[in-house]
Design a protein around this ligand. Structure first.
Ligand code: PBG
Ligand code: ZN
Length: 306
């Protein structure tokens, strides 16, 4: 019982690039690749055969297409949108597709918002996030996943989706997202490192306590989020417990890139990796996570580790 329920809560992340036949392993994340749409479809087909049904797609956008406003992120025939459309055609409703909604992979400065007077401008960012979410919904995403941390974006995205008729598209809110040192490898993978400054203005202070985390989660729930995410996972299991005790929606954790790399560098062989990953995944469950986004998903499910 426990085994099957933990497998069905796992989500595999993917990085989608332009081109044909591209399958580039990310050097700081062994086992994780940037893939063009054709390779991605094959990869996900194999994943589905091995029992992985939940897939989260991140766009990797060529630097020549980046601008200050992340315009490329909401163009309907970009690789990510094309991938979603093809996956939907091929798999129908038998898989769950989640897409990452943020600006940082498409801005030339690498920040998660529009910059105005040298700061990230919350209210100028919201309309862009809404356009990105709509573009992903049109392509056929099941859940648009807002990873930006702007205030009020869940309500704005909900309103755009409703008014355009995408009433079934869910919203996963990165509600409790810390300004963490565990995101380094991801920024290589998504080519999204900020060119100056950091994400301290909109991500949460790592020293902040439970009231702030709970406020963020409850606010997003009230604005219409369908899934409440906490990120990173391992260093915030106490927060996962606190939040899952108060919200009525499913709670997700993101077992982030730095956590993945840490496990790989701490384990000399597959057997030790298996043991460590099992222990980590069960700690997520115990803390109250219903959904686990992890780069270990493919290996854990295909090798029946759990
Ligand atoms: C950016 C985003 C980040 C991650 C997911 N979306 C990084 C960041 O905030 O800089 C991190 C995921 C990971 O480290 O695996 N919107
Ligand atoms: Zn971002």
């Amino acid at each position: 019982m426990l085994e099957s329920s933990i497998n069905s809560s796992l989500v595999q992340p993917h990085f989608v690039v332009d081109g044909q036949g591209v399958n580039d392993e990310i050097s700081s994340m062994p086992g994780i690749f940037q893939q063009s749409v054709d390779v991605l479809i094959e990869t996900i087909s194999k994943d589905v055969e091995s029992g992985i049904n939940n897939h989260m797609l991140f766009p990797v956008i060529h630097s020549s297409l980046k601008d200050p406003y992340a315009s490329a992120a909401h163009v309907d025939d970009m690789p990510l949108q094309n991938a979603v459309r093809l996956l939907r055609e091929k798999f129908g409703d038998s898989i769950v597709i989640l897409t990452d909604v943020c600006l940082c992979t498409a801005t030339d400065h690498g920040h998660c918002g529009v910059i105005h007077n040298e700061v990230i401008d919350n209210d100028r960012t919201i309309p862009v996030l809404s356009k990105i979410a709509l573009s992903h919904a049109k392509a056929g995403a099941d859940y648009v996943s807002a990873s930006d941390m702007m205030d009020g974006r869940i309500l704005a995205i909900r309103e755009v989706l409703e008014s355009e008729g995408y009433v079934k598209t869910g919203i996963l809110a990165y509600s409790v997202k810390y300004a963490s040192s565990f995101y380094g490898p991801f920024r290589d993978a998504a080519c999204s490192a900020p060119s100056f400054g950091d994400r301290g203005s909109h991500q949460m202070d790592i020293r902040s306590g439970y009231p702030e985390a709970i406020l963020e989660a409850v606010t997003d729930e009230g604005e219409g989020a369908d899934i409440i995410m906490i990120k990173p996972a391992l260093t915030y299991l106490d927060v996962v417990r606190q939040v899952s005790d108060v919200v009525s929606r499913p709670v997700a954790v993101f077992n982030v890139s730095g956590e993945y790399s840490m496990v790989l560098s701490a384990t000399p062989d597959e057997e030790s990796r298996k043991k460590m990953v099992r222990e980590i995944f069960h700690s997520f469950k115990r803390a109250g996570a219903d959904v686990i986004v992890s780069y270990h998903t493919r290996e854990a499910v295909s090798k029946n580790w759990l």
